[in-house]
Design a protein around this ligand. Structure first.
Ligand SMILES: NC(=O)c1ccc[n+]([C@@H]2O[C@H](COP(=O)([O-])OP(=O)(O)OC[C@H]3O[C@@H](n4cnc5c(N)ncnc54)[C@H](O)[C@@H]3O)[C@@H](O)[C@H]2O)c1
Length: 288
């Protein structure tokens, strides 16, 4: 598919990432249908659209007309089949579990038109671990947005060995259309480019905390005031979700069998206590 043929987007999963990816698509003129299995999540995402657009208009960042247009282009449904039926591009943003993603992609292959590109926003899971459940592996790729997706410019397009040049090019062009900065990753590696770099920093930070080298506040200060990062790894972890870090670490461990890949005991404790970061009001830090 060429990017000019791409008109309709479907986003599966309206959580942390999905609700913002979908709004970004609508803001740049794409008819976007969002779906989730939890009605309350869909309702929250729907309300977010109103709050966000009103805020942008109030700050003079968006005209009333543009806000109205975006509002008219985005819709929500709990029915995956309904959401995917006219899609040219599906962006999957469900939990970071490979079996769940494989099930969602098998369903999408049945429901989305044959020409549609099926992309996963996964942080770590390469699309070749998913593409074989579909009848169109050359149209299945990674399209990795960063959090918060309305703000962060980078998107990683990962062209696994099964992905056609046409699909990869279409995704690179699509990113430009929605005002993002795409990079093409030509080999499948877990974590792609940026999460491999930040994963290394985050792992080091977590184990330094575990061994009592420094507090999480001081480790964050080191990165902010010494390395010029906008926030430290623990603050960033609160933004992205401690449950996601847990899932990623477990995924690594299951593949490598190396105990050094396991989530640290402090991280496990937080997750067990339901302290998942900003979304639950507490992670490493507390939020009002
Ligand atoms: N959080 C981040 O910072 C971040 C950044 C980049 C990429 N990602 C990736 O994006 C994906 C989503 O992460 P998130 O942080 O938004 O997770 P999240 O937990 O906030 O949202 C996931 C949503 O998926 C929904 N869901 C679960 N099963 C579903 C199904 N079968 N059909 C439809 N919806 C379903 C859940 O109800 C939930 O609302 C993951 O693969 C993650 O690795 C996350």
């Amino acid at each position: 598919m060429k990017v000019d043929e791409l008109k309709n987007v479907c986003v599966v999963g309206a959580g942390n990432m999905g609700h913002q990816i979908s709004l970004q698509c609508a803001l740049f003129g794409y008819k976007t249908v969002v779906t989730d299995v939890v009605p309350a999540v869909l309702e929250k995402a729907n309300q977010f659209v109103d709050t966000y657009l009103a805020g942008r208009v109030q700050k003079g960042k968006l005209t009333e007309d543009a806000a109205k247009k975006a509002r008219g282009l985005i819709s929500f449904t709990g029915d995956l089949q309904e959401a995917a039926k006219d899609a040219d591009l599906v962006i999957e943003a469900v939990l970071e579990r490979v079996e769940l993603k494989r099930k969602v992609f098998a369903d999408l292959d049945k429901f989305a038109p044959a020409k549609a590109i099926l992309a996963t926003n996964s942080s770590m899971i390469v699309s070749s671990k998913i593409a074989d459940v579909t009848s169109r592996p050359s149209q299945v790729c990674n399209l990795h947005f960063f959090n918060p997706a309305l703000v962060m410019k980078l998107v990683e397009v990962v062209q696994g060995p099964h992905v056609s040049d046409e699909t990869a090019q279409c995704m690179m062009d699509f990113c430009l259309k929605i005002d993002k900065v795409p990079i093409l990753i030509k080999k499948e590696v877990d974590g792609f480019v940026l999460n491999r770099i930040f994963g290394a920093i985050s792992r080091e930070a977590q184990w330094m905390l575990e061994y009592g080298v420094a507090s999480y506040e001081d480790i964050d200060k080191a990165c902010v005031y010494g390395a010029g990062h906008p926030m430290g790894p623990f603050r960033l972890n609160d933004l992205t979700g401690l449950d996601l870090s847990y899932d990623i670490a477990m995924g690594h461990f299951q593949e490598s069998g190396n105990p050094a890949d396991l989530p640290t005991p402090s991280l496990v404790k937080k997750v067990v206590e339901g302290k998942l970061g900003q979304k639950t009001g507490e992670g490493w830090y507390k939020y009002k």
